[in-house]
Design a protein around this ligand. Structure first.
Ligand code: ZN
Length: 402
C-alpha cells in the first residue's frame, strides 16, 4: 500500500479493523468511530517545505494549500470558496486582565478569527473537506444532525458540491441557524425533544441509504479541522504557540487541532505540543468536571439553558478523546459562569470582535486562566473565535432615542 492510499484509509479506534480508501463507511461494524491514518511525516515535511519556498503553491489559497495532507484525491477539482487561512490577530487585554498585566503594554492573546468563514463559523473547515471527499466517493445523499452551525455549514457545502442534504435539528434550535439551513436548499427536519433525539432520527434515516455525515463522528470532517493547527504554525513563522483555548462542545476543534499539531510534531517541525484548554460554561461543563475529577470519561451533567448553545453537549461521541488530548498536552479546562458570558461578549465586541456567545466562552475562559497565572506566557496564547455574532438573535440591545 502506497503512502497516498494509506492516507485515505480508515481505522477503527475501538477494534483496529481497517477500511480501504473507497469504502463509504462512517463507523466500524463493531460500532466504533473511524479515524483516518495520519499523513506520513515525510509528506508533512515536504508539504511545508514547498509552502515555504518562493511562491510555491501561491495559487492554492486558504486551507487548500494543505491539500496533500487532506483526504482529497483531486485537489484541482475541489468545489469550495477559497476559505481558510483566517486572520491571526493580537487583541488588547481587556478588563481585569489588562489591570493585572505587568509593564506598559497590556498585550492580550492572539485571536484566530474562524468566524470569518463563508457560513459564518469554523465548521466550514470540516464541511469543506468532508463534502469534497463525499463527492469524490460518489455520495449523492447525506443526512446530518445539528443544533446549529454545523448544519448550516454542511448545507452550504452540499449546495456547492451538488449533494442532496437533509439536516435533522432540534425544533428548539436557534431560528436564524435553521433558516440558514433551509435557505441553502437543504431539507430541514425539525425534531421535537432533546438534542439527542435529532441524532437518533438522522441515524435512522441513514438506514434508508443516505450517507450519515454527523460532524461529531465523521473522520473527514475531523481531518478538515486539522488545518487550524497548520495555519497557526505557519502564521507564527513556523512554530507552535504555548497555549490554545477552545470553546468545547463536541470537541471537533480541539481534537482536530491536537491531531494537526501531532502531525507537525511527528514530522519534526515543532519540538512539543501546545497546551490545549477547553472552555465551557457552568450550564454544561462535563469536560471541565472530568478534568477536575481525574476521570477518563465524561460524567453525567444536568444541562441548563445557556446562551452558549454551540457547546451545550452532554455526551459528545469523542468525549474520551477530548480528555486524552488535553492531558497529553498538559493543558486543562476552565468553566465560565453563565452570567459572565454576555458581559464578556460586549467587552470583546468593543475590542472589535463581534462573535456569538459560544465563542465568547473561550475568550472569557482565557481571561480567567491568564489572571490566575495558568499561562507561562499570556502573550503566547491563541484563542479561537468560532462563530459570527450575527448567528445569535438574543443580544441585549439598548438604543438611544433621537
Ligand atoms: Zn471496530
Amino acid at each position: 500500500m502506497g503512502v497516498d492510499e494509506n492516507r485515505f484509509s480508515l481505522t477503527c479506534a475501538a477494534c483496529g479493523r481497517t477500511y480501504g480508501p473507497r469504502k463509504r463507511v462512517w463507523r466500524c461494524e463493531c460500532g466504533g468511530l473511524l479515524d483516518l491514518n495520519p499523513p506520513a511525516p515525510q509528506l508533512v515535511r515536504d508539504t511545508f517545505t514547498a509552502l515555504r519556498s518562493t511562491g510555491a503553491r501561491r495559487e492554492a489559497h486558504g486551507l487548500w494549500r494543505y491539500a496533500p495532507l487532506l483526504p482529497i484525491a483531486h485537489p484541482d477539482e475541489v468545489r469550495a470558496y477559497g476559505e481558510g487561512l483566517t486572520p491571526l490577530t493580537r487583541a488588547r487585554a481587556a478588563g481585569h486582565a489588562a489591570r493585572a498585566a505587568k509593564g506598559s503594554a497590556a498585550l492580550g492573546p492572539l485571536l484566530k478569527l474562524d468566524y470569518l468563514f463563508p457560513s459564518g463559523s469554523f465548521k466550514d473547515r470540516g464541511s469543506a473537506v468532508m463534502l469534497n471527499r463525499l463527492r469524490e466517493l460518489d455520495v449523492t445523499d447525506l443526512v446530518e444532525d445539528s443544533s446549529g452551525n454545523a448544519g448550516a455549514s454542511v448545507a452550504t457545502y452540499s449546495a456547492r458540491n451538488g449533494l442532496r442534504c437533509a439536516i435533522f435539528a432540534p425544533a428548539s434550535a436557534s431560528r436564524g441557524k435553521l433558516a440558514q439551513v433551509a435557505q441553502a436548499g437543504a431539507r430541514l427536519v425539525a425534531v421535537p425533544g432533546p438534542r439527542e433525539k435529532a441524532t437518533e432520527e438522522a441515524e435512522e434515516a441513514a438506514k434508508a441509504g443516505a450517507y450519515y455525515a454527523g460532524h461529531n463522528r465523521n473522520p473527514f470532517f475531523l481531518a478538515g479541522m486539522k488545518t487550524w493547527a497548520y495555519e497557526v504554525y505557519e502564521q507564527l513563522g513556523g512554530r507552535a504557540p504555548g497555549d490554545c483555548v477552545f470553546p468545547v462542545g463536541g470537541g471537533s476543534m480541539l481534537i482536530g487541532a491536537h491531531r494537526g499539531f501531532r502531525d507537525l510534531l511527528a514530522a519534526g517541525l515543532i519540538s512539543r505540543l501546545p497546551r490545549l484548554w477547553a472552555a465551557q460554561t457552568d450550564s454544561c461543563d462535563p469536560v471541565a468536571r472530568a478534568i477536575a475529577e481525574g476521570l477518563d470519561h465524561l460524567p453525567p451533567v444536568d444541562k441548563r439553558p445557556t446562551v452558549a448553545e454551540g457547546i451545550a453537549l452532554v455526551q459528545p461521541p469523542r468525549g474520551a478523546k477530548i480528555l486524552a488530548a488535553i492531558r497529553e498536552t498538559g493543558g486543562g479546562a476552565v468553566t465560565v459562569p453563565e452570567g459572565d458570558v454576555l458581559p464578556a461578549a460586549g467587552e470583546l465586541a468593543r475590542l472589535g470582535f463581534f462573535v456569538e456567545p459560544t465563542s465568547v466562552a473561550a475568550w472569557a475562559g482565557c481571561t480567567r486562566l491568564a489572571t490566575t497565572g495558568r499561562f507561562p506566557d499570556p502573550a503566547d496564547v491563541v484563542v479561537t473565535l468560532t462563530g459570527s455574532g450575527l448567528k445569535f438573535r438574543d443580544w441585549p440591545v439598548v438604543a438611544a432615542t433621537p
